[in-house]
Design a protein around this ligand. Structure first.
Ligand code: NAD
Length: 492
């Protein structure tokens, strides 16, 4: 019997694999070799429309929305359990498609399992409130699912970032149409097949791989679309905000970052260096919340830089599937060009390359998209490498001499996703947590989140939040009901 993870990856609409109206397919490449490993169907506008129609019918007719929530919760728990039993196969597929080390993919799939369990637990707790109003009246609210919700995902955590929004949408009773990134659709299709096995009704979870411009825009433009959740770049996020606004649809936008890491002189430098290395080299730096700007007190700059440099130079690069690999390839040759373009530009602007800044050219790596972990110092404040999201393993180092200067440097960015502070001083920690212009702050820890914690950016990093109980509110609407209780019984 074919497994959920088996190629080819078709569109998944109405509880089955469908080839797509154009019958087009593209090859998925292994980023460690740039050799094809599987095929995926490429959806069209017509496929997008078909998926929306099927989802809308399933929303109205399957009973998924009308249930009391316990059935939805059970289905999501079954899905989590099934995924856990296939964790290794899903992790291997994610690594083959996206490139990250298997250890990281296992962590990503485990995070998906946990996300499903968390939202399964909330599925029967979608509650309204009772509101005291004057007179003999009852005023209460109902929280109702929106209908068909559209989810557009990026390639850097392909399944994790898709399920981060799909899970609460399903738990709240919606029908979902998901468009994964064109480069990395494999695990999303496999996941939809697994949802079918878990008893999620046909048509409640549909996946349409294809281009953003065609499939993504057609999904948002469809009159049956009730909300859009987008995770990706700022440029596409702005386009999606316009499309959604023109149709008066709510849009949650999770966009880029340029995360500051502020290290005070009293920090534990060994732990800080490890956290900094993890925050910029994990997933080869292809993270929205990458800790890409190291703002370090000048008194500890030398010793910290020595430690970070040693970590960068000691990381073992290789195909994500190989044992002991600590950093995999970038997702595509275009991403390599983009990342090295930023480094070259910084060099021309006068920055110093402390380490890295090159492709890895060993015979076993040369055919893949490998870039050496890179640290840049003395980057001019106007350099694009300091202002724009690089989305690769590139850290820029900036010294400071007093806390106000550190705060100014940290907040001098159009982005505001996650900021990190390393200090043993509680007052400094809390003061920076309040004054950093970020949606999330971590203290004495590498970037970290949990399904129960809000995940959100401010400024150009996004609009709205994901995860946590608020996600259920985002995928429901509040209806107010007012009853006159005294009519016909009025005395005197
Ligand atoms: P991208 O914006 O190029 O694409 C994201 C998704 O949007 C893909 O599925 C793509 O096909 C689709 N898309 C492209 N054009 C579209 C259009 N006109 N209409 C509808 N959909 C369209 O982003 P990417 O390169 O896949 O991912 C990297 C970006 O994602 C980075 O900027 C990163 O910071 C951001 N990101 C943010 C978060 C977060 O939670 N804040 C998490 C991960 C990644």
């Amino acid at each position: 019997m074919a497994t959920a993870e088996g190629s080819p990856y078709e569109l998944y609409i109405g509880g089955q694999d469908v080839p797509g109206t154009r019958g087009a397919r593209s090859e998925l490449l292994d980023p460690a070799t740039n050799r094809p490993f599987a095929q995926v169907a490429v959806g069209s506008k017509d496929d997008a429309r078909a998926a929306m129609e099927v989802a809308d019918r399933a929303f109205r007719e399957s009973g998924w929305a009308a249930d009391d929530g316990a059935r939805r919760g059970k289905a999501l728990v079954r899905l989590a359990t099934l995924l856990e039993t296939r964790l290794e196969a899903f992790a291997r597929l994610e690594t083959q498609n996206m490139g990250k080390p298997l250890r990281e993919s296992r962590g990503d799939i485990q995070y998906v399992v946990r996300t499903l369990e968390y939202f399964a637990g909330l599925a029967d707790k979608v509650e309204g409130t009772t509101i005291p109003v004057p007179g003999s009246r009852l005023d209460y609210t109902l929280r109702e699912p929106l209908g068909v919700t559209v989810h557009i995902a990026p390639w850097n955590y392909p399944l994790l970032l898709a399920v981060r929004s799909v899970a609460p949408a399903l738990a709240a009773g919606n029908a979902v149409v998901l468009k994964p990134a064109s480069l990395t659709p494999a695990t999303a299709v496999a996941f939809a097949r697994l949802a079918h096995e878990a008893g999620v009704p046909d048509g409640i979870l549909n996946v349409v791989p294809g281009s953003g411009g065609e499939v993504g825009e057609a999904l948002i433009a469809d009159p049956r679309c009730r909300s859009v959740t987008f995770t990706g770049s700022g440029a596409v996020g702005r386009r999606i905000a316009e499309l959604a606004a023109a149709r008066l649809r709510p849009a949650t936008l999770e966009l880029g970052g340029k995360g500051p890491v502020v290290v005070f002189p009293d920090a534990d430098l060994d732990r800080a260096a490890k956290g900094i290395g993890y925050g910029i080299f994990q997933n080869a730096g292809q993270m929205c919340w990458a800790a890409s700007r190291l703002i370090v007190h000048e008194s500890v700059r030398g010793p910290l830089l020595d430690r970070v440099r040693a970590i960068a130079e000691g990381l073992r690069l290789g195909p994500g599937t190989a044992d002991g690999v600590e950093m995999g390839p970038l997702v595509s040759p275009e991403q390599v060009e983009r990342v090295l373009g930023f480094v070259d530009e910084a060099r021309n602007d006068g920055a110093r390359v402390v380490t890295g800044g090159l492709r890895a050219t060993e015979p076993t790596l040369a055919a893949g998209n490998f870039v050496r972990p890179t640290v840049l110092a003395e980057v001019p404040s106007t350099s694009r490498a300091l202002r724009e999201e690089i989305f690769g393993p590139v850290l820029a180092v900036l010294p400071f001499s007093d806390p106000e200067e550190a705060l100014g440097l940290a907040n001098d960015s159009e982005y505001g996703l996650l900021g990190t502070v390393w200090t043993r001083d509680l007052v400094t920690a809390h003061s920076f947590a309040r004054r950093l212009e970020c949606g999330m702050v971590v203290v004495n820890e590498a970037p970290l989140t949990f399904p129960q914690s809000p995940f959100a950016g401010v400024k150009a990093s996004g609009v709205g939040a994901e995860q946590g109980q608020a996600a259920i509110r985002a995928y429901t609407r509040e209806k107010n009901v007012l009853l006159q209780l005294g009519a016909g019984r009025r005395k005197g």
